[in-house]
Design a protein around this ligand. Structure first.
Ligand code: 6CS
Length: 340
């Protein structure tokens, strides 16, 4: 673990040293470093690249944004460390990993909290009461909350068919590293195995794990479908991510840059919805084409209901992990889901 961390840190310092060695441009160029938890071609990459294009265009090149894709600065935990110590100014921080630091964000990992209606879910995630609570929670942990959005429905890829919780019995199922996910999949009878994103493919290939859960674009991009036989849509949860910044980065911006930054984030909040839908749709077609014998299964309403019943008590586990404020965030989210 220590070796991995040292390696990631060394790599990071090397990358930064190379940037600083770039020839002078003759005018002051500000660098904003943005680390993402996904590889080039992903939803987070599309978000970061669009952010880069808009910032560089609107500042006429006076600000340069450098995007660090997953792997260049280590795992999600390493990225968060680098955001905390100011090595990068911006990063994506998904509750599936961030929940270790901010337990309350695990509300977004609970199953069957969101509805089957994607637009309703997006409105709830973007609602002011949800964002206000996130701002407070992030500030307490030395971070600035920037945005929250869905990257699409999570789907299970497994070696065996899964239609009922009993089908999960004894299955070694990879989850992200936040503790709530262990409770969520234990409730179905699985043996949840937390692993960093980069180890999922080899884990499946070497049969250390029997399945995993991620949105379709990621299943295609990371080739998880190659090493599993079933792709199941339970519509139990969306993959929710957040964007965070260092508080100093935002506070030290000129009012003009702050206005520009806020406007770009608002614009991206709308744009990313279309991007994730398109990516998930197109990548499912690619998967179908590349692996015609993959079983693609949509759970029936009755099947979903059985999982929802098993998932219900996990809300209590969440409140034990996240306390009173976690309970409040969940109420805020439930209320936002009910809004017309
Ligand atoms: O499963 C994971 O760990 C990752 N999945 C996605 C779609 N994004 C980042 C996250 O770390």
């Amino acid at each position: 673990m220590r070796t991995l961390r040292d390696l990631a840190l060394g790599l990071c310092l090397l990358v930064l040293a190379c940037e600083q060695g770039a020839p002078p441009t003759g005018r002051e160029v500000e660098l904003w470093r943005f680390a993402i938890e996904e590889t080039p071609g992903s939803v987070q990459d599309a978000y970061a690249q669009r952010f880069k294009a808009l910032v560089e265009e609107r500042t006429q090149g006076r600000v340069r944004v450098i995007v660090y894709p997953y792997g260049t600065l280590g795992t999600s935990d390493h990225i968060l460390e680098q955001l905390h110590n100011g090595t990068v100014q911006l990063a994506t921080a998904s509750p599936g990993h961030l929940g270790k630091l901010i337990p309350e964000v695990q509300a977004f990992l609970l199953h069957f909290v969101l509805s089957e209606d994607e637009e309703r879910n997006e409105r709830a995630l973007a609602s002011a009461p949800v964002r206000d609570m996130m701002q407070q929670l992030y500030a307490e942990k030395g971070l600035r909350f920037v945005s929250l959005f869905s990257e699409g429905w999570m789907a299970w890829t497994t070696r065996e068919a899964v239609h009922t919780p009993e089908d999960f019995e004894g299955m070694k199922f990879r989850v992200m590293t936040s503790p709530l996910l262990i409770a969520a999949y234990s409730a179905y009878g699985a043996s949840p195995t937390p692993l960093p994103y980069a180890q999922v493919y080899s884990g499946l290939q070497l049969r250390m794990i029997d399945g995993q859960v991620n949105p379709v674009f990621a299943i295609q991009e990371m080739s998880f479908y190659e090493v599993t036989d079933y792709l199941t849509f339970p519509r139990h949860a969306a993959f929710v991510t957040t964007v965070a910044a260092t508080p100093r980065f935002y506070a030290s911006m000129s009012p003009e840059h702050q206005r520009m930054f806020d406007a770009i984030i608002e614009q991206l909040r709308n744009e990313i919805v279309q991007v994730q839908r398109r990516f998930n749709r197109e990548r499912l077609d690619i998967i179908r084409e590349r692996k015609p014998d993959l079983h693609i299964v949509e759970l029936s309403a009755e099947e979903r209901q059985r999982f929802a019943e098993r998932a219900r008590p996990v809300r209590e586990t969440y409140v034990q992990l996240a306390g009173e404020r976690g309970a409040r965030l969940l109420r805020v989210l439930d209320d936002a889901m009910q809004a017309p």
